[in-house]
Design a binder for this molecule. Structure first.
Ligand code: NAG
Ligand code: NAG
Ligand code: NAG
Length: 204
């Protein structure tokens, strides 16, 4: 075969490959765009809508221990029209004070559930601290709160979820919500005037 023929054939093959690549990229982009337009994903929202604490008592330091039963109501809102959610597990933690390093007071497990699209699910959670060990400084502050009649906590939610569109299920995601500060009055009357606390939600 003459050299020019071989070259022109190589150019034709190259042109074909480039065209195929361009078409593939365009089709992939179109698929993503159509998916986005059809599904229109919206963020999941969490709100603490009720909080009450009972049996709140703490021993004096050193070796302080806390008793408390936290009754928390959370609204988990899935505003999506086409996306439903499967919660495989959900844990709720009550931490004392604000910030990352706030000490943990109580924990609760919520059984998994399925949340349909456009649905707000109310979660009623009871987290119990039974003779939970507390550092000296936090114990003194908690005792001060007891006397003052209100305690400020941080509610953290950690869940493992899948998203479903029709029958297609996504991979597992870790969802975290942080609600802070949640100020809980210790008198039985205060639960009636609890102001809702919105949470920061992150999915990874
Ligand atoms: C906490 O509760 C346990 C029993 O559940 C009790 O023995 C302990 O004295 C209580 N502590 C406080 C500080 O009330
Ligand atoms: C709180 O605990 C103290 C002991 O640390 C106990 O004397 C007191 O009765 C307890 N109060 C309540 C309301 O349980
Ligand atoms: C949300 O879904 C749950 C579980 O399917 C259901 O019990 C609840 O009534 C729904 N809430 C609304 C507001 O549709």
């Amino acid at each position: 075969m003459p050299a020019t023929g071989r070259r022109s054939r190589r150019v034709a093959v190259l042109r074909c490959i480039v065209a195929a690549l361009v078409v593939t990229v365009l089709l992939a982009g179109l698929a993503v765009l159509v998916f986005w337009l059809v599904v229109r994903p919206k963020p999941i929202e969490y709100t603490v809508t009720g909080a009450l604490v009972k049996h709140f008592n703490i021993t004096a330091p050193p070796a302080a221990a806390l008793n408390a039963t936290f009754y928390l109501t959370l609204a988990a809102d899935n505003p999506n029209r086409r996306v439903s959610m499967r919660y495989e597990s959900l844990e709720l933690y009550v931490h004392y004070g604000e910030g990352e390093g706030a000490p943990q007071l109580a924990i609760a497990d919520v059984p998994g559930f399925h949340q349909p699209s456009r649905n707000e699910t109310r979660l009623e959670v009871r987290a119990v601290a039974r003779a939970a060990p507390v550092a000296d400084r936090a114990a003194r502050e908690l005792d001060h709160d007891r006397a003052a009649g209100q305690v400020a906590v941080q509610v953290r939610v950690s869940a493992r979820v899948c998203f479903e569109v029709g029958r297609v299920r996504s991979r597992h995601y870790d969802m975290r919500a942080v609600c802070s500060p949640v100020v809980i009055g210790l008198s039985p009357k205060s639960a009636r005037s609890f102001p809702s606390v919105p949470c920061d939600v992150a999915i990874s």
